[in-house]
Design a binder for this molecule. Sequence first.
Ligand code: SAH
Length: 456
Amino acid sequence: MEQVVKKNDIVEITIEDIGANGEGIGKYQGYTLFVKDTTVGDRAKVKVMKANKNYGFARLMELVEPSAYRVEPRCPIAAQCGGCQLQHMDYAKQLEYKENKVKNCLTRIGGFLEFNMEPIVGMEEPFYYRNKSQFPVGKRKDGGVAIGFYAGRTHSIIDTDHCYIGAKVNVDILKFMRNFIEKYHIEPYDEGNHRGLLRHILTRVGYRTGEVMVCLIINGNDIPHRDKLIEGLKKIPGMKSICLNINREKTNVILGDTIVPLWGETYITDYIGDIAYRISPLSFFQVNPIQTKKLYDIALEYADLHGDEVVWDLYCGIGTISLFLAQKAKMVYGVEIIPQAIEDAKTNARINGINNAKFFVGAAEDVLPQKYKEENIYADVIVVDPPRKGCEQSLLETIIAMRPKKVVYVSCDPATLARDLKFLCEKDYEMVKVRAVDQFSHSVHVETVALLTRLL
Ligand code: SAH
């Protein structure tokens, strides 16, 4: 059968959906085309660049009729930068798109036809929300220093001092750093030949506490003129921690293992709800604490704890959800695969005076089945918050065998969420309600919380 389009054809289509990377999706005579830089509702002339059997990729040539949902991105480099995919889309429409994405996955992959989907929880201020930023440092073609972000899917740096989703204080930090690097001839790192010193500038900010951290990732053991560096950075309001991170490897992993304190503490503190968390350069911490609080409030509401429950929190990270739940439960057990995260979880429990949370290092799919078999552990509620690949089937089987009254599933990928819920609901569970939360405006990501209860 002959294909509807071939390479270099120019066709006119209407964009009806958005793909996983934010690209517009439209159909020409039933044939699907993916088109970057377009959004739902655009009518556009596009040129076919690659035509596979069932779908192809095309380039935007002309916007015949722009979508009513198009807005001018606030950030001038939004189109090139790999950070934001949806800034050209009205925020209300972004939320609708994310909610539909969850709904569609639950229907198509999960096989759920009717379910109680509560309205998506959006952000009040969809700009300047990230509490952590990592700016690569390199050389411009003209020899000057480049600090900014990687262009989408590449390692070429777009030079900028202003990220519209990062903390506002970053603008002052980057301005100072650019001057410092130029004045004292600090050599930017070159990925190509593994030479040069300064690789990345990492900043972390406590939104509630106002505390600021700057950590310079270097391919060396020290930075020249460190007195001048400290003198300048500590003038920035809120500065609490200035440190170096040593990374001498030829790798694109950003951070190395060693932290060298230069001034102040090696951590900052921030809160989610009433719980304080200590955050070091290497700690994992949710990047949008305001929305995280809303996400955890929903998880807590769904868990509906009264004070006498035993809760297991699987994939617990630094214990963020565990400690939140511990305020309302008899006992919380957390399981996490990264040992350092469990150390942080224990510290966080201690500094908050929480005694009813216990943490275990290991893969959830190993720890839970083993403890169930050997110690016959029990749970009233099991919370899971897995990475994008979702839960192993063996873990889901153990959950079913343990027969908790409730399962609260927190997910960062609606496709694997739908797959796992299907598995649980084919056995003894029923999906009661589900709610999406936007933690990352202008990106295609969406978080979801689902409540399952045991049928018998
Ligand atoms: N609940 C935490 C972290 C969720 S992110 C929070 O809200 O902050 C998912 C976590 O799962 C990460 O910390 C990751 O290290 C951990 N992880 C990944 N695979 C795992 C596995 N097989 N078993 C246990 N934890 C795992």
